[in-house]
Design a protein around this ligand. Sequence first.
Ligand code: LMR
Length: 401
Amino acid sequence: MALPLRSLSPAPPDPILGLSEAFKADTRPDKVNLSVGVYIDETGVTPVIPSVQEAERRLLERAGSKGYLPIDGRPAFKSAVRDLVFGADSEIVQSGRSVTAQTPGGTGALRVAADFLLQTGSSKTIWLSEPTWPNHPQLFSIAGFALRTYPYLDDSGRGVDVGKMLGALRSAAPGDVVLLHGSCHNPSGVDPDQDTWAAIGEIVVERELLPVVDFAYQGFGFGLREDADWLSGLAQPGQEFLVCTSYSKNFALYNERVGALTIVAADPLRAASALSHVKIAIRSNYSNPPAHGADIVETILNDPALRAQWEVDLAGMRNRILGNRAALVDALVAANVPGNWEPIRRQRGMFALLGLSAEQVARLRDEFGVYVVGRGRINVAGFTAANLPLVVVAVKSVIEG
Ligand code: LMR
């Protein structure tokens, strides 16, 4: 019998990471990469931030061991990240009704969540925002979920269509899983306001839905606590949900693959039971997590001086992105580029959606060497004083046709 490999045709490149490969192969000197969501400083570099440098220095000095970590990761890491998400004084932390597993990145957390849910008999239907991060549909469908979508953006593409979003969520069946972006919606940068979070929370309770919150950008929007405002809608006493966190962005630890899955259950006993099943999902997938990135995060979060330095580092990244938002809007308006740009100034996180057609995105790449994702998702951190004027000329040209 022939190997199945013989009849395989090549798969398409990844819609985000595949662009980085194409960008690397592009020999034009003035090319601009606004595709993958990595922080880039004003010199065009993704730096190792000072708090991470210091933590790594301390880790090197410590007599370490390369023995296996527990399946669900190190306890001090797990409690530190739980405090970061919910706040150490929060009801969720104080009641002990949440459990955390350290995972390889936020993507690892999502995949473990998917496996855990299917393995423990959850609904096999997951609702995703339209649009969403392209890896969400791929990851959840390969894990075994049937995909449904809820409309997210209004016609302008600059705000949440609250009526349509809530209407779709009301039509979900009891037990269905709903994926929500905690903050810094990817790809749009458009987040629900407090009232909308409250309404989402009510529907989740009424319809008995199970939220999975993808919370990959804490601190990249308006601040560590500000970006956790979704909790006011979802973290009601007794309410159950899952949170997938990433430390790629807020610690700039992209290639260390550090993240966490936290399950909030109705009570501590159910939480402990959930963790026993999460451990099976992990053990049967990658056995136990890598250590170094989590060691860095744990070292920083558990040392007051390093934690203070990290908050300064994080504010620096956040403020540069906010400054880039303003510079982009100012430049598009000054150049009379047709479009509704002003709301981009107040959006949250790394991304903004230009709202382009596939042809316009292709022209940006082919004619101008400007790489953006999907329908014009840009990494706002990717602008520098040098490349912003080139991008504005390119965007104007493709929009004006
Ligand atoms: C992105 O959306 O660009 C980032 O989350 C990186 C990734 O893994 O896709």
